[in-house]
Design a protein around this ligand. Structure first.
Ligand code: MRU
Length: 346
């Protein structure tokens, strides 16, 4: 699937598959403005670190059109880009994508003043290139992972790090897809991933659609399944990886990693270079999004709990010592990650 993020530069419109409605409905959500694009990112019409990075890049192009007639369009654009970069805090791909656009803008204005039309063309082309690069990165992750996968492996994953969470193919599910395409006869256990059920609604949907065997499991059945030797290895995506390898990913990932360690099962993180944040020394510095309590206390608008407060951290941080390897588009990184990550950025 590569048509869940479509940009039409002529209108312009950012046309997204509304992931909130899957698997029941396949409906599009159209963003004509920066505020609609930010709303789509915040409410998770589009979600997953690389997918929100690419969507943010297209939102930057929308921003140029929106401010083009403002008396001081440069100041207005600067503010709009800041708003886009702050739409969700944890996935570094969002600020990374906006930073790429800012660099492009700065370079374009180095010799002469750029017009909004010129900048719109530059931003649109750059965002499309980022979209294509992300698919290529996911495929490279899949290829790099083949050295770790064995015939008939059963792979447990948490949340959705699939085609929907990227521009296409997926990171963790890129590992799954590459193994499947290589004829390794793998199968997948998808954690349902409370509270928003990305595993049940999205991972199971994607894999089932592609004919890859997938079995859904409650989040709390993980230890039981591992104790029954049903899991060959775990692979998850990432929202941000610090310079020492500590990894922020969907809430619950940390617990899965602890269980994998207990049962001596490899625990892999799959992510492109754009998800690594070498500026942060360790995971304690990663900002963790907290979302509305209603996502925990309600399902489809119906209360499933009395009126009590609820924790709703969207992500947790898995310490590097629980991660067997990080599979990137530039190859497989092994501990100590401070060294292997530094080498990658050198
Ligand atoms: O809150 P979400 O659904 O955006 O969280 C997504 C995840 O945690 C993914 O595992 C991560 O972004 C990697 S996507 C390739």
């Amino acid at each position: 699937m590569e048509d869940h993020i479509v940009f039409d530069a002529a209108t312009p419109v950012l046309d997204l598959l509304d992931q909130r409605l899957l698997p029941v409905e396949e409906k599009r959500f159209l963003c004509h403005t920066v505020s609609e694009a930010c709303y789509a990112i915040q409410t998770m019409v589009v979600r997953g670190a690389p997918a929100i990075g690419v969507s943010a890049a297209f939102a930057c192009a929308l921003a140029v059109r929106e401010v083009q007639h403002a008396p001081d369009w440069r100041t207005a654009l600067d503010a709009a880009l800041t708003t886009i970069a702050a739409a969700r805090p944890t996935a570094v791909n969002l600020s990374w994508a906006v930073r790429q656009m800012r660099t492009l803008w700065k370079e374009a204005e180095q010799d002469k003043a750029v017009t909004p039309d010129e900048l719109f063309a530059l931003f649109s082309q750059k965002a499309s290139a980022m979209q294509a690069e992300d698919i290529a990165s996911c495929r490279a992750i899949g290829q790099a992972s083949l050295e770790l996968v064995h015939p008939n492996d059963c792979i447990l994953t948490h949340c959705n790090a699939g085609a929907l969470a990227t521009a296409g193919y997926g990171t963790a599910l890129g590992v799954v897809r590459a193994a499947w395409e290589a004829g390794l006869n793998i199968s997948v256990i998808a954690d349902e991933t409370r509270p928003l059920l990305q595993g049940a609604r999205l991972t199971a949907w994607e894999l089932h659609r592609d004919g890859i065997p997938v079995t859904l499991a409650c989040d709390n059945s993980c230890a039981c399944l591992m104790s029954q030797n049903k899991v060959s290895f775990v692979v998850v995506g990432a929202d941000r990886i610090a310079a020492n390898g500590d990894t922020a990913n969907k809430i619950g990932t940390y617990g899965v990693a602890i269980m994998a360690k207990h049962f001596h099962i490899p625990f892999y993180v799959a992510a492109p270079l754009s998800t690594i944040d070498p500026a942060l020394a360790d995971g304690s510095l990663i900002p963790i999004e907290q979302r509305a309590a209603e996502e925990v206390t309600h399902i489809n608008g119906r209360a499933i709990a009395p009126d009590v407060p609820a924790y709703n951290f969207a992500f947790d941080v898995t310490p590097n010592e629980l991660i067997t390897a990080i599979i990137t588009d530039r190859g497989v990184l092994r501990p100590p990650y401070t060294e292997s990550i530094a080498r990658l950025f050198a």
